[in-house]
Design a protein around this ligand. Structure first.
Ligand code: 13P
Ligand code: 13P
Ligand code: MG
Ligand code: MG
Ligand code: MG
Length: 381
């Protein structure tokens, strides 16, 4: 059976501040989602949370970008927002940028990751869900999962993965994408995905047959809204086993925390901490950024799960290291590189402050910088 797995997520109100969701709001989203299941719009749904964000994990047969599925998610988030408003939760309806639904939630605020596939004899999938960060947080772990044999032994050992994987990389500013095949074009791939402020991995495909392996939400809230409305807090779907990386190979990159953008006011660099569902409540300096891993076995379109995959003491060291990194970075306060560089700050509330002061800058006779590529001042090796 060909099924579609759609994960649609939004922050519709925080409890307290931006740290968590309120049970009544989550219950309302679940109620609307379950009604959609009763009606037959979707086959199954699992509602999960990370920090102040709620994700609807749905299975159905309508394909990706299907209006009835997107509409159901939109209506569930609207109903949840009403509850959040009643409780005066923080930022009620935060990620819903529009009042009217127009066929697809893309561009309206919620994050979306969807894939369609023929359900295998056994179909294990993992839904990663992060809070206080951006879609580029997935660049490094996706590279390790699908292109680094030091992480994924299967790339070497398993003949069904030996041909490698193709990455679809999107330029978040132009909306254009490029497909790069690994291992042959690995170094080209890294030129782009190492530049996390601009390029994000949108999907990964298996080279041997073009089968979809992973897909991520790449929506950037500030670019959609044209102002800072919070961080994107992305989701990522990865298929596991039998020609894809094993569950443990997919989780392995999270065993060593790395730095991502987000955290307080979406304006800082911080470590991504892998946590259990219960620990997904970022409070220290509104963070540090969190990620959960919800594992499912899909059975005739039903979601068997979620299994809380980071609820494993083997990830305690990663959590502890992330806490140490957080401590170290906090020493840096408002100074870069803890605070994001100016180009990134353009998408926060800082421009309002700069606007107020811009006329105070005076020419003091110092030379202006040359434009890059102008030929002058270049270093010749
Ligand atoms: P089990 O013997 O526990 O099924 O493990 C198989 C395996 O390949 C683990 O990576
Ligand atoms: P959220 O995107 O999780 O709402 O975070 C916004 C923020 O500014 C946290 O400090
Ligand atoms: Mg919030
Ligand atoms: Mg959030
Ligand atoms: Mg957010």
């Amino acid at each position: 059976m060909k099924i579609t797995l759609s994960v649609i997520k939004a922050d519709i109100g925080g409890y307290v501040g931006h740290s968590s969701t309120h049970p009544e709001v989550v219950a309302k989203v679940r109620e609307v989602a379950e009604a959609g299941k009763e009606k037959g719009t979707i086959l199954d749904v699992s509602v999960i949370t990370c920090g102040d964000d709620i994700a609807m994990v749905m299975t159905h047969t309508h394909g990706v970008d299907a209006e009835p599925v997107h509409k159901l998610a939109w209506e569930a988030f609207l109903a949840g927002t009403e509850v959040a408003r009643k409780l005066k939760l923080y930022g009620a309806g935060q990620d819903l940028l529009s009042d009217a639904f127009s066929g697809n939630v893309k561009g309206m605020g919620p994050g979306v990751a969807e894939m369609e596939f023929e359900e295998r004899k056994s179909e294990p999938v993992i839904v990663f869900f992060a809070d206080k960060t951006a879609p580029s947080a997935w660049n490094l772990p996706l590279y390790e999962m699908f292109a680094d044999p030091m992480n994924t032994a299967g790339l070497v050992i398993d003949p069904s993965m030996h041909d490698g994987f193709t990455f679809e990389v999107m330029d978040v500013y132009s909306g254009k994408a490029i497909r790069l095949k690994t291992p042959a074009e690995l170094y080209d791939l890294l030129v782009f995905i190492g530049a996390t402020s601009r390029y994000v991995v949108r999907a990964v495909y298996r080279n041997s047959d073009g089968e979809i392996a992973a897909t991520a939400s790449t929506q950037k809230l500030s670019l959609m809204a044209g102002r800072y409305v919070g961080k994107d807090d992305p989701v990522l779907i990865v298929r596991a086993q039998s020609g894809f990386p094993a569950v443990g190979e997919i989780l392995e990159p999270f065993g060593r925390p790395w730095l991502v953008e987000g955290w307080m006011r979406g304006s800082h660099t911080g470590p991504l901490m892998p946590v259990s569902f219960a620990q997904a409540k970022p409070t220290r300096f509104d963070g540090p950024p969190r990620v959960i891993a919800a594992g499912y076995q899909i059975c005739e379109g039903r979601l068997i799960g979620p299994n809380d995959l980071f609820d494993d003491p083997a990830f305690d060291v990663a959590r502890e290291r992330a806490a140490h990194l957080a401590n170290f970075l906090r020493r840096q306060g408002i100074f870069e590189p803890h605070r994001l560089p100016p180009e990134e700050m353009e998408y926060t509330t800082l421009p309002k402050v700069l606007e107020k002061l811009k006329d105070r800058f005076r020419d003091i006779g110092e030379p202006k910088a040359k434009a890059p590529g102008s030929g002058e001042g270049e270093i010749h090796e």
